[in-house]
Design a protein around this ligand. Structure first.
Ligand code: 3PG
Length: 184
């Protein structure tokens, strides 16, 4: 899986090119386009058509209906801030990776019951950061984490150094890529 998962918020469709080109220029070939704005599904469709080499997924997917819309638009993976059994079922039927947000042992046990072994840990900074991940890994050595929320250039390396961290999510990848891209 991609090591960096930029959390992308598209307010206007013309931002799709601007953001994805900046990410690509920064050697990032993945984008999680979030369902927290109205054009999300359309943005995913455009992104998948124009950037077929990129791993385009949908984020902030909080219902089975949104998940179906995201998959119809071409999303290759689905991320939620929490765990939705409805979303998990749609992903399973379509053989699409689902990364639900899990921060407690109970949520991780629910994920395991659904056959999920990679979860988003969100908001990572609020729920105990790296020390919480290490504590959770003791009873759940089979779980891989995607910490997201409050991660930036200053703390990314310490998360990546932990072997149960398989990827990092965050909006800072977009901010950083745009700054570099515009400066070029
Ligand atoms: C998300 O939905 O995953 C978060 O908004 C990302 O958090 P960040 O903006 O702190 O990276």
């Amino acid at each position: 899986m991609d090591k960096y998962i930029p959390v992308v918020v598209i307010k206007e469709l013309d931002e799709v090119d601007k953001i994805l080109l900046a990410l690509k220029a920064n050697n990032i070939n993945c984008a999680e386009i979030t369902f927290r704005t109205a054009p999300a599904a359309e943005a995913i469709k455009i992104a998948c058509e124009k950037y077929p080499d990129m791993n385009i997924g949908a984020g902030t997917v909080i219902s089975a209906k949104q998940c179906e819309e995201a998959l119809a638009a071409g999303a290759k993976f689905i991320v939620s801030p929490g765990l939705s059994v409805g979303v998990a079922n749609v992903c399973k039927e379509n053989n699409i990776p689902y990364y639900p947000g899990c921060v407690t042992p109970t949520e991780i046990m629910q994920a395991l019951e659904l056959g999920i072994t990679t979860v988003k840990f969100f908001p990572a900074n609020i729920y105990g950061g790296l020390s919480a991940l290490k504590a959770l890994s003791a009873p759940f050595p089979q779980i891989n984490f995607i910490p997201t929320g409050g991660i930036d250039r200053g703390n990314i390396e310490e998360f990546l150094a932990f072997d149960k961290v398989v990827a990092i999510g965050g909006s800072f990848f977009v901010k950083e890529a745009l700054e570099i891209f515009i400066a070029k």
